[in-house]
Design a protein around this ligand. Structure first.
Ligand SMILES: [Zn+2]
Length: 586
């Protein structure tokens, strides 16, 4: 197996070296051992080697689980703008200071919106029998007007006309089951947790350079007619329930077996006028539930799918069902800003100390669990990595800075705000004036390609070496996504060598998305996410009530923190900054 893979990698290496002469010249400081051939032992690291010390501290005196337990069990869920998030910002700042990091602060990244605090919640069926329910309020849901005891109505309509005909005047003060029954509840024959196998790792290793894939033209995706009709019906439903004066909306949750996936409350969106895009420039403004000026919307909860289905079947069987729900929650409008926690280990090298290496993960989470795997794991791994380096007294040449972001679940808001404030941003192109008389009576010319944005940088942009992120749950590190940056291949190959026995060997050219390294990558700065095993993540904990400490794998967390510490430290020690992708950011 390795053979074919080594061949593939060597091929890739030669490709890379030939196409980036500038890169080829990069002196690598000290040749480090290569991954051992099968059956061969990894040559032991010299115990005085900083990486050996990092492995010893990280694997034998780890504190990652203490950090994670305090963050998830004690502080709990950390919705952006919530009291839990504020406490987490302050506690992590103080903990990092206690470990000896400098300039620790809670730094605003920009205006977020309103916070939300859950005060009390209960939900149960009270008639025709008592049924305790597994249910959760959606984030930023308004409160019910005190405890509500009401009829449960299942809205069974295929379109707006049928909905109005069947339910107009019948939903006032009612608890509404809004969606269709979950028909896809199946027995679980596949494991919820898996470790990447040889084939999957090889596929990653052989993934093509994303830059070689045909680029999709800019602009926002257009909705298909079906999508547009479904979105319009959905918007009409939200408006209808509101105008009919329903008391509470109930959605069937994704997931089963008591696992309920919960995120933000839905806000009725004004349908896009004909011809206007649903998203992007020209589209009607879309409101989020945390927007202070969001239009009025109803209290909303998610219920375990099996229980939701049972209530539907009871109603279809003619039972008169009544529920008692008390959703007491508060909007927090005092401080609309969002905050990140930032701290650093100052650089020691006179030439390089002002250059920056960053690591981190998002600290905000959803609220049904305690945000342990998403992303207490990434926060604790990053904190443990700097604790290891600090505890060992390793004086990095460049400054090592940790960023614990908020607003990630709402669109990478904290990390993007940070990058914009400190390094640079892509400024939208100035709209081109339409030439006089354009289009009148003449055949439509080919649409002018949307002019690309312009990169505007800050002084620290050139001092930035790289950013390492972890945000794929509790699974151990198996390698690194190089995000299309072939220049880092030989460097990361060396740095992974001491960890091949711990299962981390794979370098993939492919991009990975959906999290905070993208904030750096988007402005042309090296930002990387580690490849991790998928341990019950999308199948169980990712944004669910099961996102709790007991789902965390301790040994995986230790391994991940140790590798993160080694990568960050060696990035700080290199003579050169990490190579950047040749192509300008777009
Ligand atoms: Zn996450």
């Amino acid at each position: 197996m390795l053979k074919r893979r080594t061949a593939a990698l060597l091929l890739l290496a030669s490709l890379v070296l030939n196409s980036f002469p500038a890169f080829a010249q990069q002196p690598t400081p000290t040749p480090a051992p290569q991954a051992p051939a099968p059956g061969q032992q990894q040559p032991a690291l010299d115990p005085n080697d900083p990486v050996a010390k990092i492995i010893d501290e990280g694997m034998n005196r780890s504190q990652v689980m203490q950090t994670l337990s305090y963050l998830s069990d004690v502080i709990g869920p950390r919705l952006t703008g919530s009291p839990g998030m504020k406490r987490a910002n302050e506690w992590t700042r103080d903990q990092l200071t206690k470990w000896g990091l400098q300039n620790a602060k809670v730094e605003p990244w920009g205006t977020f919106g309103r916070g939300w605090a859950l005060k009390r919640f209960s939900a149960e069926v009270v008639e025709p029998q008592a049924i305790p329910l597994i249910a959760y309020p959606k984030a930023w849901s308004p409160a019910t007007t005190g405890p509500v005891v009401a009829d449960v109505v299942y809205v069974d309509a295929k379109d707006e006309a049928e909905m109005r005909a069947k339910y107009a005047g019948k939903l006032k003060g009612a608890i509404v089951l809004t969606g269709a029954m979950r028909e896809d509840i199946k027995a679980h024959f596949d494991p919820q947790g898996t470790r990447l196998n040889e084939k999957q790792l090889l596929d990653l290793a052989n993934a093509p350079d994303p830059a070689l894939r045909p680029q999709r033209r800019g602009g926002f995706p257009q909705q298909s007619p079906e999508q547009r009709a479904a979105a319009a019906f959905n918007a009409a439903k939200q408006q209808f329930y509101l105008s009919e004066g329903a008391a509470l909306l109930v959605d069937p949750g994704r997931g089963d077996g008591g696992t309920v996936f919960v995120s933000a409350a839905a806000v009725p969106q004004a349908p896009a006028p004909p011809g206007a895009p649903a998203f992007g420039p020209g589209a009607p403004r879309r409101f989020s539930a945390y927007d202070k000026d969001a239009p009025k919307f109803l209290p909303q909860i998610v219920m375990a799918s099996e229980q939701y289905n049972r209530l539907v079947r009871m109603i279809q069987a003619g039972e008169k069902v009544r529920m008692a729900v008390n959703l007491d929650a508060q909007y927090l409008d005092q401080d609309p800003l969002g905050y990140n926690t930032i701290a650093e280990i100052p650089g020691s090298d006179p030439q390089l100390k002002d250059e920056i290496v960053m690591l981190g993960g998002h600290m905000d989470s959803w609220h049904a669990g305690t945000g342990a795997t998403d992303n207490g794991a990434g926060v604790s791994v990053a904190m443990e990595a700097v604790r290891i380096i600090q505890t060992l007294g390793l004086k990095p040449r460049r400054t090592i800075r940790i960023g614990l972001w908020s607003g990630e679940e709402q669109g990478l808001l904290g990390s993007r705000g940070y990058v914009k404030q400190h390094f640079g941003e892509i400024v939208a192109p100035t709209p081109q004036p339409t030439p006089p008389g354009a289009g009148e009576g003449r055949p439509q010319a080919a649409p002018t390609p949307t002019p690309q944005g312009r990169l505007v940088t800050k002084p620290d942009y050139e001092k930035f070496s790289g950013y390492f992120n972890l945000d794929n749950g509790t699974g151990k590190i198996r390698g690194v996504y190089m995000q299309g940056n072939a220049g880092v291949w030989p460097i990361f190959r060396q740095w992974l060598a001491p960890f091949s026995q711990m299962g981390a060997q794979t370098l993939s050219m492919s991009n990975t998305g959906g999290t905070d390294h993208l904030a750096f990558d988007a402005v042309g700065l090296p930002g990387f996410q580690f490849i991790q095993d998928e341990i019950e993540y999308d199948t169980r904990t990712h944004h669910s009530n099961q996102d709790v400490f007991d789902r965390i794998q301790g040994d995986d967390m230790k391994q991940a923190a140790t590798i993160m510490a080694a990568f960050v430290y060696q990035t700080a020690q290199r003579d050169e900054k990490l190579p950047r992708k040749p192509a300008p950011p777009r």
